[in-house]
Design a protein around this ligand. Structure first.
Ligand SMILES: O=C(O)CCC(=O)C(=O)O
Ligand SMILES: [Fe+2]
Length: 193
């Protein structure tokens, strides 16, 4: 039963993801399937179920440390009662509002790289709550691990030089956890300054 439900959920989220990838390609004036093609035959899909128990000292403990997602796109179904997800913008942490029955979509690092920095992969974190537990189900869509990604050549010119170097997806993902635990950003390792 649970397997069927998860199957249906991932299939429907897959349609959302493809629709968004096509819209993003259009926005960047790339051909409609540019992003879909970058992911490969079948996108690598990871699902993460997170349970954040109530925490008596939320000021001392993160639910999830600050990070950006290593994905192309992340589709989140966050708890529809308890907030906790926050986004960093201009040095300020903003609460992501809780909106029941709504999927939240996050742009990941691979999209930042492919779009040559036009789409930014936001830094976010989860804070804990002293009184309430929280749940989330998160789907990460990634280009296949053996592929290499790099900024679309159409998005590189004299005014916007190439900002990220080519990288194998597998190597990029391998660096993720190491960097998050050390409080550094893996995307900084592929930036060309
Ligand atoms: O639990 C959440 O709301 C966010 C989780 C998240 O950012 C992640 O798993 O990468
Ligand atoms: Fe995340």
């Amino acid at each position: 039963m649970f397997g069927d439900l998860l199957d249906e959920f991932t299939n429907k989220c897959g349609e959302v993801k493809d629709g968004l990838l096509r819209a993003m390609s259009k926005l960047l004036e790339l051909h409609d399937d540019y992003f879909v093609d970058q992911l490969g035959e079948r996108a690598d899909t990871y699902v993460r179920f997170s349970y954040y128990p109530e925490c008596p000292r939320p000021e001392l403990v993160f639910g999830l440390k600050p990070h950006s997602d290593g994905s192309v796109l992340t589709v989140l179904m966050v708890d529809d009662v308890v907030g906790g997800l926050q986004l960093l913008r201009d040095g300020v942490w903003w609460d992501v509002p809780v909106v029941p029955h709504t999927l939240l979509v996050n742009v990941g690092d691979q999209t930042e790289i492919i779009s040559n920095g036009i789409f930014k992969s936001p830094v976010h974190r989860v804070v804990t709550n002293a009184k309430k537990e929280r749940l989330s189900v998160v789907l990460f869509y990634s280009a296949r691990s053996e592929r290499e990604i790099e900024p679309a050549t159409q998005l590189v010119d004299e005014k916007r030089p190439v900002l990220y170097r080519k990288i194998k997806v597998k190597d990029y993902i391998a660096g993720l956890y190491e960097h998050v635990s050390q409080g550094t950003m893996v995307i900084d390792t592929v930036k060309i300054f």
